[in-house]
Design a protein around this ligand. Structure first.
Ligand code: ATP
Ligand code: MG
Length: 359
C-alpha cells in the first residue's frame, strides 16, 4: 500500500478506538499526523495534563489497531501529556536541577553522548570514529543516531537497508565494522524529510534506544543533534547518561553556544567529560606539514575557562571528509594514520574521565 494510503487506512482503523470521555481516536483533536516510513509508523496522542493514565488503554488499542493495517511495520505510538519537552526550556534555564526519572538501558554499561552547541562542527564524524576507537581498544560498542531531524550515521557507516524487526517488535540493529548501529535514517526513503513534533521525537528516541536488541555493550555512543533541544533534554531525562563529550571547532570557541549546552547538561546532573576541538589544525596532504591555521592552544584554554578537561584535537583533513562521505571512516581505512591516532588518544581520554561506576 502506498504510504499516504496506509496513513489514511490507519486513521480509519483508529475510528474503532474509544477514548475517555466518549468519541473515537480518529476524530480526536489531539491525534497527530500519522507518519509512515517503509518500516515504521509513528503518531502521537496529546492528552490533557493528568490524563495520561486514563488514555493508556486507548494507546494500546491504537497500537493494536494500527498494527492490523500496517503489516510488518513497527508502530510507535506516543502519549503526550502536559507541556512537550521542546517547550521545557524555562525549567532548566532557571539554574535549578531538573527532576528526572532516569532508568538504565538493559545490557548497556555506559552511555556517552556526543554533543555541540552549534551544528556542522563534526559531531557525527567524531562520534563514529570515537566509537570505532573505543572498539579498537577492546570494548563492545554501539552507536545510536539521536539526530532524528538530520540523521547521518547511515551515510557515515555505509549502512544499507532497514533494520529488521523481530516478531516481538524489537529492532535488530545494523552492524558495521563491528559496531551495532541504529538510526531512524535507515528507515526513511532517501531524502525524505520527517517533521517530528517534539513529543513524537522523544518517543521515537526512547524506542530506538530501548526497543533495540543491542546485546551486551560496554559503551553506547549517542550522536546528538546540535544545540539544546527536545532530544537532548529527553535523553538526559530518561536515560542514565554517564557523560557528554562536547565537540567544537576553533571558530566556535567564542563558546557562547557550547556554554549553553554545558549549562543544560549540568542541570541534569550529567558530567561533561570534556571538550574535543575538531578541524583544529591542517595537515598539508603533499608534505604532511602541520599548520595551526587558527593558532594553537585556544581550545585548551577555552576548556580550562569552562572548567572542563580538554580531550584532544582532530586535524582538518580531506581524508576525514572523503571517508565520511563514502561510509568508510578513517578509523577503518587508515587505522595507523594520524587521524586514527588522534581519535584513539581522545577515546583514551574519554575513558579516563568517566566516573567510576559499576553496573
Ligand atoms: N576533522 C575533519 N576534517 C575534515 N572534514 C571534517 C572533519 N570533521 C568533520 N568533517 C566534515 O564536516 C562536515 C560536518 O560534519 P558532521 O556531519 O560530522 O557534523 P555535525 O556536527 O554532526 O553536523 P550536524 O550538526 O548537522 O549534525 C562533514 O562533511 C564532515 O565530513
Ligand atoms: Mg550530526
Amino acid at each position: 500500500m502506498a504510504e499516504p494510503d496506509l496513513a489514511a487506512a490507519i486513521k480509519a482503523a483508529l475510528a474503532a478506538v474509544e477514548i475517555p470521555g466518549g468519541g473515537d481516536l480518529a476524530g480526536y483533536a489531539g491525534l497527530s499526523d500519522i507518519i509512515v516510513t517503509p518500516s515504521a509508523v509513528a503518531f502521537a496522542i496529546a492528552v490533557a495534563p493528568g490524563m495520561e493514565a486514563a488514555f493508556g488503554p486507548a494507546r494500546e488499542a491504537a497500537q493494536r489497531a494500527a498494527q492490523t493495517v500496517a503489516g510488518t511495520r513497527k508502530i510507535m505510538v506516543s502519549l503526550t501529556g502536559g507541556k512537550p519537552p521542546a517547550k521545557a526550556g524555562p525549567t532548566f534555564s532557571h539554574g535549578k536541577p531538573v527532576p528526572t526519572g532516569k532508568t538504565p538501558v538493559p545490557g548497556i554499561k555506559r552511555i556517552i553522548a556526543v554533543g555541540s552547541g552549534k551544528g556542522g562542527v563534526g559531531k557525527s564524524t567524531t562520534a563514529v570514529n570515537i566509537a570505532l576507537a573505543l572498539q579498537a581498544g577492546g570494548l563492545k560498542v554501539g552507536i545510536l543516531d539521536a539526530d532524528l531531524y538530520g540523521p547521518s550515521i547511515p551515510k557515515l557507516l555505509g549502512l544499507e537497508g532497514q533494520p529488521s524487526i523481530r516478531d516481538d517488535g524489537i529492532f535488530s540493529p545494523h552492524e558495521a565494522f563491528g559496531l551495532k548501529a541504529m538510526s531512524i535514517g535507515s528507515m526513511l526513503v532517501k531524502d525524505q524529510a520527517v517533521v517530528w513534533r517534539g513529543p513524537m521525537a522523544t518517543s521515537a528516541l526512547r524506542q530506538l534506544m530501548r526497543e533495540t536488541a543491542w546485546g551486551e555493550l560496554d559503551v553506547l555512543i549517542v550522536d546528538l543533534p546540535p544545540g539544546t533541544g527536545d532530544i537532548q533534554i529527553s535523553l538526559l531525562q530518561q536515560a542514565i547518561v554517564d557523560g557528554v563529550v562536547i565537540v567544537s571547532t576553533p571558530q566556535d570557541l567564542a563558546l557562547i553556544d557550547a556554554k549553553k549546552a554545558i549549562d543544560m547538561i549540568a542541570r541534569f546532573s550529567v558530567p561533561v567529560l570534556g571538550l574535543i576541538e575538531n578541524m583544529s589544525y591542517f595537515i598539508a596532504p603533499d608534505t604532511g606539514t602541520r599548520y595551526d591555521i587558527f593558532g594553537s592552544g585556544g581550545a585548551e584554554q577555552a576548556a580550562r575557562d569552562l572548567g572542563m578537561p580538554f580531550l584532544g584535537a582532530i586535524p582538518l583533513v580531506m581524508s576525514i571528509r572523503e571517508g565520511s562521505d563514502a561510509g568508510t571512516p578513517p578509523m577503518v581505512t587508515a587505522p595507523d594514520g594520524p587521524e586514527a591516532t588522534a581519535y584513539r588518544a581522545i577515546s583514551q581520554q574519554i575513558l579516563a574521565q568517566l566516573p567510576a561506576v559499576s553496573r
